[in-house]
Design a protein. Structure first.
Length: 247
């Protein structure tokens, strides 16, 4: 038997999620529009036990509060709504409903975060190096810098790299997403880069998170549960469950 899944946001990401959903044991039962989410009911979600939300920063927080109220566990891949994070978290906790959120659901990007953290912890011991961060996305992406670049910068700082980190963004064409962290000295340059070839990795990561979230309640960041999804021993968590990037 497949679990019933609602896709909130039927753009490119939503259609890709729908394409891969059967591989993860899901039957797509509802595709509510923006107007339908305004007055959504349990009936309009057609018995969905979980939802995947990929919409816009302007719509995400309201969508999440609605899904929490209806008792539907949710995976949210939208960024740019984190100024409302506390209110959304309270809704999910009060409803005893589950939420997984994240700046990026790509498995490769989450591996890249770990690589960047380790590199920064090594390089910070060498004061001759300064750092930068850069990313490019398709021209339709609104938030800049992206949530992923913000997170990469945070990982560099959390690793103890206290020197200035220069950050820049570009928006052009159809880029699925490239993120770069670099360290430069007078004598050489060290560059770390992740390039997404398509949105498939994001869709599959969101579906992995949805599979994990079945039957759970609480609010989880994707990177904090990533080790469980990847089948690796969980690394020790830092004592910063809600870092400053969400304000």
């Amino acid at each position: 038997m497949s679990d019933r899944l609602a896709i909130v946001g039927c753009g490119k990401m939503g259609r890709m999620v729908e394409n891969f959903a059967p591989e993860y044991g899901f039957e797509v039962c509802a595709r509510p529009t923006k107007a339908e989410m305004t007055n959504a009911t349990e009936a309009s979600l057609k018995g969905a036990v979980i939802a995947i939300e990929f919409t816009s920063s302007a719509a995400a927080a309201a969508n999440l509060r609605t899904l929490a109220r209806l008792g539907v566990n949710t995976v949210c891949g939208t960024t740019g709504w984190y100024e409302q994070f506390e209110a959304v978290r309270e809704e999910f906790q009060a409803a005893k409903t589950g939420l997984v959120f994240g700046t990026n659901f790509s498995v490769g990007v989450n591996l890249f975060l770990e690589i960047v953290r380790h590199a920064a912890s090594v390089i910070e011991r060498h004061p001759e190096y300064e750092a930068w961060g850069w990313e490019i996305h398709h021209s339709a992406k609104k938030d800049a810098p992206s949530g992923t670049l913000r997170r990469l910068a945070e990982e560099v700082r959390a690793a103890g790299f206290a020197r200035e980190l220069s950050v820049s963004s570009n928006r052009a064409g159809a880029h699925a997403g490239t993120h770069e962290i670099g360290f430069d000295s007078v004598v050489d340059t060290i560059t770390l880069r992740h390039t997404a070839r398509s949105r498939e990795g994001f869709a599959r990561g969101a579906l992995l998170a949805a599979r994990w979230l079945i039957g759970k309640h609480g609010v989880y960041e994707f990177q904090k549960i990533f080790s469980e999804l990847a089948g690796r021993p969980a690394r020790k968590k830092r004592e910063d469950p809600l870092p400053s990037r969400f304000v």
